[in-house]
Ligand binder design. Structure first.
Ligand code: PMP
Length: 303
């Protein structure tokens, strides 16, 4: 495949049929988003946020892009902003992986840390504050911007439908951080399969099932507030997965499928296995593996 620009390699990732012995003879398919050039599903988002900002006139020559992020969105935004030589400031709570922060800097972004205990809300407030101080700046704000779910509605959903041709999709399951991936893909798939169940995944310590808020090792998913995008779909259920279960499947994937998947992928597979036990025999589940374990190796995920 000859490409003239790395931008052209975003999307069209493989959909893997997992060789896993799931309950009820359920088939599980996972979209391998670590195959994107920035290494995660968020390259799709970075591109759409920057293109949308240009389209609506918020991004002009030299506009400083400021975004609160757990890391992968920062890499995606930095990659897309580089195409237009735009300066990028990423506001990142300290706790997130060093590897992701190193990659953001390698792409030319500046990192501004906020205290871990202030969570993503602290990073959002800091990004808004910075934008008020810096002339010609723009905060795409993934947590509120409809261009977030739209990124996946336009690309990831249609790719899955195309990959599976006429196979009926009975359930879609994806983790939620901003909720953009889960909502955008659900909207796209339900246009073809209106009865498809939409199930989201969170780690223990996230609040969707009214659990108590606390820290977790599973990175990239988990929310401090219900994502506003959830208003646009019906969420059939929320699976809350322990760190131990997520990391069990991270190891399982490396051991059995040769797939280096991050902990949010492990949580997605753990949730898919739970859901399989509740579905009629021979149903089909589709899920998303958002990134690779390689950006978490410093966290000793393989022991
Ligand atoms: N997994 C990982 C590794 C992520 O970085 C993210 C985004 N924070 C997600 C899952 C969740 O994606 P979304 O923000 O679209 O809900």
């Amino acid at each position: 495949m000859l490409v003239n620009n790395i931008y052209q390699t975003i999307g069209n990732t493989p959909l893997l049929k997992l060789n896993i012995d799931a309950p009820n003879n359920i088939k599980i398919f996972a979209k391998l988003e670590m195959f994107n050039p920035g290494g995660s599903v968020k390259d799709r988002l970075g591109m759409n946020l920057i293109e949308n900002g240009r389209k609506i006139g918020k991004i002009k020559d030299g506009t400083t892009i400021i975004e609160p992020t757990a890391g992968n969105t920062g890499i995606g935004v930095a990659l897309a902003a580089q195409q237009y030589h735009l300066p990028v400031k990423l506001v990142v709570p300290e706790k997130f992986s060093q590897e992701k922060q190193t990659l953001m800097k390698a792409l030319g972004a500046e990192i501004i840390h906020t205290p871990s205990e202030d969570g993503i809300k602290g990073a959002m407030a800091k990004a808004k504050g910075l934008s008020a101080e810096i002339d010609n700046s723009y905060v795409p704000m993934q947590f509120e911007n409809p261009a977030n779910p739209e990124a996946y509605y336009k690309t990831l959903g249609p790719e899955i439908l195309d990959d599976l041709k006429d196979t009926t999709i009975d359930a879609f399951i994806a983790g939620s951080g901003s909720g953009g991936t889960f909502v955008g893909v659900t909207q796209s798939l339900q246009e073809k399969f209106p009865d498809m169940k939409a199930v989201t995944v969170e780690p223990e310590g996230s609040i969707l099932n009214s659990g108590e808020e606390h820290d977790h090792r599973t990175e990239g998913i988990g929310v401090e507030f219900v994502p506003p995008f959830f208003e646009d779909i019906t969420v059939d259920s929320v699976k809350t997965i322990s760190d131990d279960d997520a990391f069990y499947y991270v190891k399982w994937l490396a051991d059995n499928e040769g797939v280096f998947a991050g902990s949010s992928s492990g949580a997605a597979l753990a949730a898919a296995m739970q859901l399989a036990a509740e579905l009629p025999e021979y149903s089909t589940i589709v899920t998303i593996f958002p990134d690779s374990s390689e950006r978490y190796l410093s966290k000793k995920i393989y022991g």
